[in-house]
Write a protein that binds this ligand. Structure first.
Ligand code: PHE
Length: 356
């Protein structure tokens, strides 16, 4: 049986030499194929006697089984090697940080708006919202700014359809129209209960008006510190005994809380607005830091003009108050040290993501 052992050995050697499954299948054909060595031996048995066939057949079968076993072992080895290669090629570094989903966030000016609302909310102020397309009445006339008033020229804006020919609707130039809109609603709500005469100015009892009105405003203006669309936040406090001292207290408290700086200094600089008398520009000064020593204007303010109180439906003999209007864009620039207003409106993600 040396011959059979030799065949088995050469099959094992050929299988070991096969480096790929295809080569292995070729090698298999040489030994187990239709014209393979084992098949040849089987055919060669035709001339043997029955007894010879028995023992010869058994021996060939053993050789065949040995070759098949060697073939299967090599198949497994090659498949295993291939799997290892593939696993290496597709290796996953589980220590790498995952690809994260981009997270959105609030715009810096929105963050400021939320901050303003939270601070004034803690002082008992409501928040009111109003239209950006405004009538001439609410934007100007009701605010003691009649048609030929020179203060109007400072509020050049965008006129839109609607209204009358001499007084078209416009994109509001400030949030001050909300003083009237909100107060009128407030008075309407409370005068019914007090059953005052309709049409007459209200001098009955009502809860104080304490409100802020944040929102978008528009003017024809565009440079590093002015944008045709910008934000304002109006404040209004009207009651029977609300004075300039309350304005100073409330606004000082607001600024110090907003900038988280108890040493912030405020200055009320005499100014003019048609709808307040007296009026003041409010400046702030930081005691230290990059902006120290400079007066920075942050709001217009004043005691609400009696004509405006009347247009709210209130009797100016009984009701008095103050109003202010500040610029959240500017407050945001000061808080974060941004020097170009236009960055807020460019929508550049590299800038905006710094505030998250
Ligand atoms: N509306 C004024 C402006 O836009 C600011 C202001 C509001 C002034 C309220 C006084 C009172 O310039």
């Amino acid at each position: 049986m040396n011959e059979l052992t030799a065949i088995v050995d050469s099959a094992k050697a050929a299988f070991a030499d096969a480096a790929t499954p295809a080569e292995l299948e070729n090698a298999k054909a040489v030994f187990l194929g239709k014209a393979g060595r084992i098949t040849e031996l089987m055919k060669g048995m035709a001339t043997l006697t029955v007894d010879e066939k028995k023992s010869r057949g058994a021996a060939i079968n053993l050789a065949k089984q040995a070759i098949e076993a060697a073939l299967n072992a090599r198949r497994h080895a090659l498949a295993e090697a291939e799997l290892q290669l593939q696993l290496q090629a597709e290796a996953i570094d589980v220590s790498l940080p995952g690809r994260q989903r981009g997270q959105g966030g609030l715009h810096p000016v929105s963050l400021t708006m939320e901050r303003i609302e939270a601070i004034f909310g803690s002082m008992g102020f409501d928040v009111a919202q109003g239209p950006e397309i405004e009538s001439d009445w609410f934007n100007f006339t009701a605010l003691n700014t009649p048609e030929d008033h020179p203060a109007r020229s400072m509020h050049d804006t965008f006129y839109v359809e609607g209204g009358s020919e001499s007084a078209p609707n416009l994109l509001r130039t400030h949030t001050s129209p909300m003083q009237i809109r909100h107060a009128v609603q407030h008075v309407k709500k409370h005068r019914a209960a007090a059953s005052a005469l309709d049409g007459a100015l209200f001098a009955g009892d009502m809860p104080e008006i304490r409100v802020i009105a944040p929102g978008r405003t528009y003017r024809v203006d565009s440079d590093a510190t002015h944008s045709p669309m910008f934000h304002q936040c109006e404040g209004l406090w009207v009651g029977e005994n609300v004075s300039f001292k309350d304005l100073k207290y409330v606004f000082t408290d607001f600024c110090r809380t907003f900038f988280e700086n108890d040493d912030l200094v405020l200055r009320f600089r005499p100014s003019f607005f048609p709808f307040t008398e007296p009026s003041a520009e409010i400046d702030i000064q930081f005691p230290s830091g990059p902006l120290a020593g400079r007066w920075l204007e942050v709001a217009g303010s004043g005691q609400v003009h009696p004509n405006v109180i009347r247009n709210m439906g209130l009797d100016p003999e009984k009701y008095i108050g103050f109003a202010f209007g500040m610029g959240p864009d500017r407050l945001t620039m000061l808080r974060y040290g941004v020097n170009d207003l236009r960055l807020f409106f460019d929508g550049d993600i590299r800038f905006l993501s710094q505030f998250q």
